[in-house]
Ligand binder design. Structure first.
Ligand code: UDX
Length: 452
């Protein structure tokens, strides 16, 4: 069985390398020649742990090739994976044009029966429309099946998630499509990965609803953080306590600056838009609040920073983090970068440091300053903002940094720094929805109780 992967962005490049690792001969196709040239030379044009090694391994052993020709893919493969982008269009709905143009380039060139498998995230109903489109384009006598197999990989863990998925969802309309997908994923299936066989609309909905659920969980805890802030409660301890109930679970209850990236924000909005088109907008009305709570976190940090800067002339802010999350250089809809850009627009001199995303951030926000280290970013800063929770920021030495910055205020917008060393070094440590009084005060035993 030979495989083509159409669209070699984040998802496609990882999927192509993963399929080669599983032993298949793979052809990755993209209409961007620069991207293809980089991948063909074994270079990954974005930061993803373990992917460069996997990619070069299979480019070198000849199992993985890249090209720009869909006609070649049509001749080459038995299973074609569609991994093109479905970006958010102007109305919030997903823009499906890349899917249609990939099929228009592929299907007329098919020379044998095959399976086309959609992996891109799409609004429910898309696959059935695409299946009709494929039927209309398929050459005489060629049978083309279409299935949907959503991808759940997390940036920063993409290789692991591709090779060891936590579940497999096959939206199929024929036994042949199910059989082919079982061949492709035979290793994961043999390792007892749960498989859900379903129809096309369910498979499409699994992906967006999973992301909408995760976004809801994050916004829920961020709404609680707002309550914590005015009542003196501590959102991190609240989340710990909630998380001990395994019906709730602690994951995705990290309160802070909220979610961003290429998936959660877009998928929430696409689901709202699609439900509206289908006449059931009311059913997902709560997702408007999920989105609004999420965006309010950014406002909250911007407002607090401007308040802290007061009427300073030439105010300076150091921003730690630009990627939408650690282990990634992705700055798409990054809360950190948006805060930095908006502070700059408000007249603040902003210096950013991100261990991996300085370059990608500077491409879309060239107006900001970028420093080569966290310490350099703090030089002369009045306020320090911790906006992406890279591990190395937890290892900074607040005592050393006191003499580097001009002011001694840090806002931990990800609630992952330990306040104690910062406070001990004389910093005014602020967090979002979290109590930051010195520990001995927070955990102090009442002397009356102690003597009782
Ligand atoms: C997400 C889904 O997790 C993945 O299954 C899907 O395939 C693609 O979308 P990803 O975008 O890589 O993956 O990031 P994820 O780890 O889900 O984090 C999304 C955002 O939520 C990040 O900005 C992160 O900082 C934020 N987040 C996450 C929180 O604010 N709090 C949390 O507790 C968890």
């Amino acid at each position: 069985m030979r495989i083509s992967v159409i669209g070699t962005g984040y998802l496609g490049a990882t999927h192509a390398a993963g399929m080669a690792e599983l032993g298949f001969e793979v052809l990755g196709v993209d209409n961007n020649p620069a991207k293809v040239a980089a991948l063909a030379a074994g270079r990954v044009p974005f930061h993803e742990p373990d992917l460069p090694e996997l990619l070069s391994k299979h480019v070198d052993d000849g199992r993985l090739r890249f090209g720009t020709s869909l006609a070649e893919a049509a001749r080459f493969a038995d299973v074609h994976f569609l991994c093109v982008g479905t970006p958010q269009g102007p109305t919030g709905a997903a823009d499906l044009s890349q899917l249609y143009s990939a099929l228009a380039g592929l299907v007329p060139h098919l020379t044998r029966n095959c399976l086309i498998v959609g992996k891109s995230t799409v609004p429910v109903g898309t696959a059935e429309a695409l299946a009709e489109y494929v039927d209309a384009l398929a050459p005489q006598g060629i049978s083309v099946d279409l299935a949907w197999n959503p991808e759940f990989l997390r940036e920063g863990h993409a290789v692991h998630d591709t090779l060891h998925p936590n579940r497999l969802v096959f939206g199929v309309t024929t036994p042949g499509a199910e059989w082919a997908l079982r061949q492709v994923y035979s290793e994961a299936i043999a390792a007892d990965t749960p498989v859900v066989i379903t129809n096309l609309p369910t498979a499409e909905l699994v992906k967006v609803s999973a992301n909408a659920f995760l976004a809801t969980k994050i916004s829920f805890i961020n709404a609680m953080a707002e309550l914590c802030e005015i009542t003196g409660a501590d959102v991190t301890l609240l989340a710990d306590a909630l998380g001990h109930d395994d019906r709730i679970g602690r994951k995705f209850l990290g309160a802070g600056l909220g979610y961003g990236g290429g998936c959660l924000p877009k998928d929430v909005r696409a689901l709202i838009a699609r439900a509206g088109e289908l006449g059931v907008g009311e059913s997902v009305r709560f997702l408007d609040s999920v989105d609004a709570i999420n965006l309010r976190r950014r406002e909250r940090v911007i407002r607090e920073t401007l308040d802290l800067l007061g009427g300073r002339t030439r105010p300076r802010v150091a921003v730690l983090g630009a990627a939408f999350k650690p282990l990634s250089d992705d700055v798409r809809d990054s809360p950190a970068l948006e805060v930095a850009v908006r502070l700059h627009a408000a007249g603040v001199e902003v210096t950013v440091f991100d261990p991996e995303a300085n370059r990608s951030a500077s491409r879309i926000a060239p107006q900001l300053r970028y420093a080569p280290t966290a310490t350099a970013a703090l030089l002369g800063a009045d306020v320090v903002l911790h906006l992406t929770e890279w591990r190395e920021f937890r290892e900074l030495d607040p005592t050393v940094l006191r003499s580097v910055a001009r002011g001694r205020v840090i806002v931990d917008a990800r609630n992952t720094l330990d306040p104690e060393p910062w406070q001990a070094a004389g910093w005014d440590f602020r967090a979002l929805g979290r109590l930051v009084a010195p520990r001995e005060e927070v955990g102090r035993v009442d002397p009356l109780l102690e003597s009782a």
